[in-house]
Write a protein that binds this ligand. Structure first.
Ligand SMILES: [Fe+2]
Length: 330
């Protein structure tokens, strides 16, 4: 009897662990951002200069990077520019259905190139959040490489001049999105329940002896797999607004090369070049033709679940390892 009960308990425990492991996985990563812009052709030109590969099909501007996602940026024309939605890729159809079931929304066929399934949610701030899965990924494009670096103590390039690939497409992928939110705790609870996000660094300050949260950098929970320090950064702002979307480029040379390409093309620079303390990204922020802020970054920190969650100060948020200090876009 005892043996039977022990065996039954073991089976239940293993099943529970597998199920909770699946539920925790939730999403793989952020996949795309979608906008309404006033001039599709002007936006296409900006995105080309920014390093995307773009096309317009059926009045929809689609942009991809060198990674395999068929799109990481979408825009349609409108008299009123707007941030439309942020899209995430679920780990599996089961994970997508679990997420959709929380709000009782349907899982539908995704009409965009690459197909797959999509569930459409609305967060507590009114932001449209889309979760997709089973998208047909395209072959990766050649990544802009360069020969090895010769730093002060480690020489990787011997007997060679520097070689930089002049790739047509410099962006790799969408790395993170930053949203101003009405209420951080309510917003984080919502995303945590549906997408399984973990807090990497919570920004706290002391106000009359009370700890106040100003926002938090959150990352995907993929167990032992290393992920970006942040996928979503929520700023507790008392009002909802899009802040910026950040796209990873191949390396430091590409980031600087692109900085001067954008400058030469007359686009509006916002903030940088610099290196964040929290996340360690080397950053460069630009404004698109409608004033939406888009970032290039490289050399960001990667963590897994063992990193845990930390509390950090506003000074660490606004400070930099080098470069200008403060918040981009000011
Ligand atoms: Fe950023």
């Amino acid at each position: 009897m005892n043996l039977y009960r022990v065996a039954l308990l073991y089976i239940l425990l293993v099943n529970w662990q597998v199920k909770s492991g699946e539920a925790m996985a939730g999403i793989k990563d952020v996949l795309y951002v979608r906008f309404k812009v006033t001039d599709l052709q002007a936006q296409k030109q900006f995105l080309n200069d920014f390093g995307f590969q773009t096309q317009i099909e059926d009045d929809l501007l689609m942009a991809r990077g060198t990674d395999s996602s068929p799109y990481i940026y979408l825009a349609e024309a409108s008299d009123t520019p707007a941030f439309v939605s942020v899209g995430f890729e679920a780990e599996s159809e089961d994970a997508l259905r679990d997420i959709a079931a929380i709000d009782g929304v349907p899982v539908e066929t995704n009409a965009l190139p690459g197909g797959g399934l999509i569930a459409r949610l609305i967060d507590p701030n009114g932001f449209a959040v889309e979760v997709v899965t089973q998208i047909d990924h395209s072959p990766e494009l050649p990544v802009a490489g360069r020969s090895g670096l010769n730093d002060g103590s480690t020489k990787q390039r011997l007997g060679q001049r520097v070689a930089l690939d002049a790739s047509a497409c410099l962006i790799k992928r969408l790395g993170h999105v930053v949203l101003m939110v009405e209420d951080f705790p309510e917003t984080f609870d919502w995303y945590q329940q549906r997408l399984g996000l973990l807090i990497s660094d919570e920004i706290v300050m002391d106000q009359d002896g009370q700890e106040q949260t100003l926002g938090a950098f959150t990352r995907c929970n993929r167990g032992a797999t290393f992920v970006d320090h942040h996928t979503l950064f929520f700023i507790h702002a008392g009002q909802a607004d899009f802040n910026h979307a950040a796209f990873e480029v191949a390396n430091w040379d590409v980031l600087m090369q692109s900085h001067y390409t954008l400058k030469k093309a007359g686009h509006q620079h916002s903030f940088g070049v610099g290196k964040h303390i929290l996340g360690s990204q080397t950053f460069d922020y630009w404004k698109d033709p409608n004033g939406f802020m888009l970032e290039h970054f490289t050399d960001g920190d990667l963590f897994n679940e063992s990193f845990g969650s930390h509390k950090r100060s506003p000074e660490e948020l606004l400070g930099t390892l080098w470069g200008p200090e403060g918040m981009p876009g000011q």
